[in-house]
Design a protein around this ligand. Structure first.
Ligand SMILES: [Fe+2]
Ligand SMILES: [Fe+2]
Length: 191
């Protein structure tokens, strides 16, 4: 259902446990970026009213997640700060085609894959974090990220045929699998 072609390397959860504060701070940045992605798409493709409505809901929900993670950081006595991002998003965004409507399809599908990967990782955090209150928090976010994945795939369909969208999703999901399997040395949600 999530269209992911690779599962997370087992070392990832070990890295998270060793750098918990840094990963949670990175997670706050991810939620902020997720709101920004949806907002940028609203600005770019204002003609489709269904699109604008669905993405507005995502903006609101991602900002709400952002606030929740900020509260959690504060409650634990950690400090929200700037962090270098992992190379995951940059490598994925480099795959976006430059001509329309292919560009719109790719932007939606890449957003869908990022949501799917977050969702997969939140499930791992829910199941494997020894810190059970944090694990429960990740469990509570899992469902909405899965829904965002499905919404973005549906939104891509506003710009292309079913066949075109699903064959491109297949290509991009293999590319995403390669990127996430190569990984990143930084402790991040998407490394
Ligand atoms: Fe979110
Ligand atoms: Fe999301």
């Amino acid at each position: 259902m999530l269209n992911l072609r690779a599962t997370t390397r087992p070392e990832w959860i070990t890295m998270v446990i060793e750098h918990l504060d840094e990963v949670v701070i990175d997670h706050a940045h991810c939620e902020k970026k997720a709101a920004g992605t949806a907002m940028n798409l609203i600005f770019a493709y204002v003609v489709q009213s269904e699109f604008v409505r669905q993405l507005s809901d995502i903006v609101v929900e991602e900002l709400e997640h952002f606030r929740q993670v900020l509260d959690l950081i504060e409650a634990r006595g950690w400090k929200f700060r700037g962090l270098a991002p992992s190379n995951y998003g940059r490598q994925l965004h480099a795959l976006v085609r430059t001509h329309e409507p292919a560009r719109a399809i790719d932007r939606c599908l890449i957003a869908a894959l990022i949501e799917a990967r977050s969702c997969e990782r939140f499930a791992l955090l829910r199941d494997q974090l020894p810190d059970r209150s944090l694990a429960e928090f990740y469990g509570s976010l899992f469902e909405s990220e899965a829904r965002h994945h499905a919404t973005y795939v549906r939104m891509a369909r506003l710009f292309g045929s079913e066949e075109e969208v699903f064959s491109r999703l297949e290509e991009l999901s293999w590319a995403e699998a390669e990127i996430i399997t190569r990984g990143d040395t930084l402790p991040r949600i998407h490394s």
